[in-house]
Design a protein around this ligand. Structure first.
Ligand SMILES: Cc1cc2nc3c(=O)[nH]c(=O)nc-3n(C[C@H](O)[C@H](O)[C@H](O)COP(=O)(O)OP(=O)(O)OC[C@H]3O[C@@H](n4cnc5c(N)ncnc54)[C@H](O)[C@@H]3O)c2cc1C
Length: 470
């Protein structure tokens, strides 16, 4: 049933108030956009954007949506890189931005936060409590804590060192797709074992419910020390990671790399002398300064056995800021100065070099756009290889852009399937349905669809993402 914009606005205003409903085209277009390089289509552009203030209003919106058979797309800050943030079907967008309250309970060892609070603001609020927020996406200035928990991304952090944000989530308040509000988990620091709903709602990407409150453990802020190492070639860094796991060396909190080209552009952007090749940058963590120094020195000894051109502990915060910043600047370079087609390759650690080599060859041999440049960087300790096709032009027609996105996706799918990868951890379901079927089989995918259908019989929430529409 088609609803006229003014009638739609009136119905939604009855739930959230007039000031929190938008039906104007410019706002709707803004909420349709994401970093996908190809043009929006009409079905991506929502009919309205609604900004609820609490779980009762979220429930009201979902009950209304079920009555209207109206798709609802959940929006944190829309920074997902690979297709989650763009609505797939005509419907409304539910923006979580006003669900941003925070209560810190040091005496209970946890905090509770609304999903719409920006990660950087949450980190700042936790700092006086000497607590570390275990969530580190490069987008943290604007990405929301709800988006990170909904995707369950460890982002820059090495999984083997810190785990996933979900490991620190003690409980959730969730509005189910049909509008019932549930609470999961515990107020104790003891997490339930066995079957427990928090585990599958964390990381469910807005397919199974809207997270309206998150209870997370207060994690003591560890002491940190940073290391930078220069290598001739990227492959030597990959080999170092392989060796770190093989030899049982305790993995650092962060272990990033820049390939030779990314290191040059990243270092130039922050005003550092060009490095001699590829760069590895690492952060070690421990409970005490003495423990941290010992750990960093031990790790440096290990690195020195892997044949770097240079490797050292960086103690000057200003210098580290530049080195660490070069990683973000490499990303800015490829995303701002042309068209960039990213992939996430997460192979078994013993196949890192093979996976990287195949990704590079496949991207340099792209059929949909011959002659792209190849850049690569990422959270290699995790291990994640981002292999980018970069075309220094903004003038590529939209259908060609889409063809390149699809080809790069197929390349990363094939390599992830071949080398046992998880298919990446950027919010991904919208683009990894084919991967899920190839890697785990039709029965696995059918199980996810059945779970979705059981909780969301009319397929109201994030319709299209589990179907793999683009
Ligand atoms: C510069 C840059 C760097 C980035 N670096 C990383 C990185 O290192 N690692 C990484 O994994 N990602 C990274 N990302 C991707 C993205 O920023 C993260 O995945 C981030 O966690 C998404 O947060 P968001 O608030 O923008 O969520 P959105 O993009 O708005 O939403 C993500 C998904 O979660 C759902 N969702 C959001 N809020 C809720 C909620 N309250 N309840 C239920 N579902 C919800 C949405 O429907 C959507 O499916 C980066 C992005 C950029 C632009």
């Amino acid at each position: 049933m088609e609803i006229k914009p003014q009638a739609l606005a009136a119905q939604l205003a009855a739930i959230v108030g007039r000031d929190h409903v938008h039906v104007d085209r410019p706002t709707n277009v803004v909420y349709a956009k994401d970093v996908m390089p190809y043009d929006l289509e009409d079905h991506n552009i929502p009919l309205a954007v609604v900004r609820p203030a609490n779980s009762a209003e979220v429930a009201g919106i979902l009950e209304w949506a079920n009555r209207q058979r109206m798709p609802v797309h959940v929006h944190g800050s829309g920074t997902s890189l690979v297709g989650l943030a763009r609505p797939k079907t005509k419907g409304i967008v539910l923006d979580t931005g006003r669900l941003n309250d925070l209560a810190i309970f040091p005496e209970r060892g946890y905090f509770e936060v609304g999903p719409g609070l920006h990660i950087a603001k949450l980190r700042q609020a936790l700092a006086p409590h000497k607590a570390m927020l275990p969530v580190f996406p490069g987008s943290e200035l604007i990405a929301t804590i709800g988006g990170a928990v909904a995707v369950n991304t460890s982002a820059h952090a090495v999984d083997a060192a810190l785990g996933k944000p979900g490991d620190y989530v003690l409980g959730l308040e969730v509005v189910l797709p049909t509008g019932q509000v549930i609470a999961t988990g515990t107020e104790s620091l003891r997490k339930p074992a066995g079957i427990e709903a928090t585990k599958f709602l964390v990381g469910s990407e807005g397919l199974l419910g809207v997270i309206t409150r998150i209870r997370m453990r207060l994690l003591p802020q560890p002491c940190l020390l940073n290391i930078v190492a220069d290598y001739r070639r990227t492959e030597e860094i990959l080999e170092t990671v392989r060796r770190m796991y093989r030899e049982g060396v305790s993995p650092p909190l962060f272990f990033e790399y820049l390939d030779e080209k990314s290191a040059r552009v990243g270092y130039a952007a922050v005003g550092l002398e060009p490095p001699p090749g590829a760069v590895a940058m690492l952060t070690l963590h421990a409970d005490t300064p003495v423990g941290c120094r010992a750990k960093a020195e031990g790790f440096l000894d290990f690195l020195k056995q892997t044949g770097p051109l240079a490797a050292r502990i960086v103690t000057e915060p200003a210098e580290w800021q530049k080195i660490w910043g070069s990683r973000a600047e490499a990303g800015n370079y490829v995303y701002r100065l042309g068209a960039t087609f990213g992939s996430e390759i997460t192979p078994r650690v013993d196949c890192l070099v093979e996976a990287f080599t195949e990704a590079r060859e496949a991207i340099l041999g792209l059929r949909s756009y011959p002659g792209p440049e190849f850049y690569s960087f990422g959270h290699i300790g995790a291990p994640t290889i981002h292999a980018y096709a970069f075309i220094p032009s903004k003038e590529i027609p939209s259908p060609v852009m889409k063809a390149i996105v699809m080809e790069v996706r197929r390349i990363s799918e094939a390599i992830n399937v071949k080398y046992g990868g998880c298919g990446g951890e950027w919010g991904l379901t919208a683009q990894r349905v084919d991967f899920l079927k190839q890697r785990y089989g039709q029965a696995y995918y059918d199980m996810l669809v059945a779970l979705k259908r059981a909780l969301d019989p009319l397929n109201i929430l994030n319709r299209g993402n589990l179907e793999g529409w683009v």
